[in-house]
Design a protein around this ligand. Structure first.
Ligand SMILES: [Zn+2]
Length: 327
């Protein structure tokens, strides 16, 4: 008996988790991806999905869901006995152009990529990616922005006085602090010429952004100037932080930008009004902050997919999110 039960438990470990039961499933949701990489290789970036899992998910969504564009989702698109979903990508990685665009075209699936204008602000890499890759490659003590950072046993850099993690602290930093950290880390380890790492940090350039937009299938949205969390942007800078990326990206694509995704999903009521004033008709968060936000048609929540879960569990999490979000 003991052997049989051990065999059963081993089978459970080897068998993939089941795909969700779709009969009668209905609801609405927006799916949030970040990067797409050749494989689920999480050493350098824990936000990127491998191309094989990504395509498997696209095929599942295409078969079972009513897939719509983000503008159609906000216009209220729905289906009685089906889950309605829109697909989005945050940050604007070159790998979206390299791996996601061909697959979206192959399966004729609409999507929107929310692009940070970090390059225009003088940052060729987003801080979360820089910190992740640097931490995977180095263990040196880092002295930046008047603080000292050391690596803990889990491989994360922390500030020695407060114990706060660098990857969490940087959300609150302004562009000067971000640039200083970038230059300190690149002086210690400039990995930008390492070809095998480029998929994990490279951002879309202007011609790739234009090519994506010209596809007519995948559209471009805004995602802040240099990936600041809106809630930490100084009062005097907030209107620019929201409005500038729209004008900047419209100049590149020659089309109007209608959507904004909040970096880290962080926003408050003031930002919702400012974004509407700037002309955005689609505002994307992750979790909505209040009951008032749930009734605000200018805003929508999303479900993020990450490779720390099995591909099937990621699909199941989307179905669960949509079922709960019937509105
Ligand atoms: Zn982001």
């Amino acid at each position: 008996m003991k052997g049989a039960s051990r065999a059963r438990s081993l089978m459970r470990k080897l068998l993939p988790p089941p795909l969700p039961e779709m009969a009668g499933a209905a609801g609405r949701t927006i799916i949030m991806y970040h990067g797409i990489a050749k494989s689920n290789f999480t050493k350098f970036n824990y936000r990127f999905i491998g191309t094989a899992d990504f395509e498997k998910q696209l095929l599942f969504f295409k078969k079972h869901f009513n897939l719509v564009s983000v503008p159609d989702y906000f216009a209220g698109a729905g289906a009685k006995d089906k889950i309605t979903a829109a697909i989005t990508f945050d940050d604007g990685y070159a790998n979206n152009h390299r791996y996601a665009l061909p697959l979206l075209k192959k399966h004729a699936i609409p999507a929107t990529i929310y692009v940070s204008t970090a390059i225009a602000a003088g940052l060729d890499i987003l801080l979360p990616d820089l910190i992740d890759i640097f931490s995977a490659l180095n263990s040196d003590v880092v002295n930046a922005c008047g603080m000292i950072f050391k690596k803990n046993a889990q491989g994360y850099y922390f500030e020695t006085k407060t114990g706060s993690l660098l990857r969490e602290m940087e959300r609150e930093w302004n562009i000067e602090q971000k640039k200083e950290l970038r230059s300190v880390l690149f002086k210690k380890a400039d990995f930008r010429n390492k070809k095998e790492l480029q998929d994990y940090w490279q951002l879309l350039n202007s011609s790739e952004i234009k090519e994506i937009s010209d596809s007519g299938l995948v559209s471009i949205g805004a995602h802040g100037i240099s990936h600041h969390a809106m809630t930490f942007v100084a009062e005097k800078d907030i209107e620019k932080e929201i409005a500038y990326p729209k004008a900047y990206l419209e100049e590149i694509i020659g089309k109007s930008i209608s959507g904004i995704a909040y970096p880290y999903g962080m926003y408050d009521r003031k930002h919702v009004d400012l974004a509407a004033k700037a002309g955005y008709t689609e505002q994307l968060a992750v979790d909505l902050q209040s009951p008032e936000d749930k009734n605000d048609k200018r805003l929508a929540c999303r479900i993020g997919l990450y490779p720390n879960m099995h591909c099937n569990e990621q699909i199941a999490s989307v179905v669960e999110h949509a079922k709960k979000n019937q509105g």
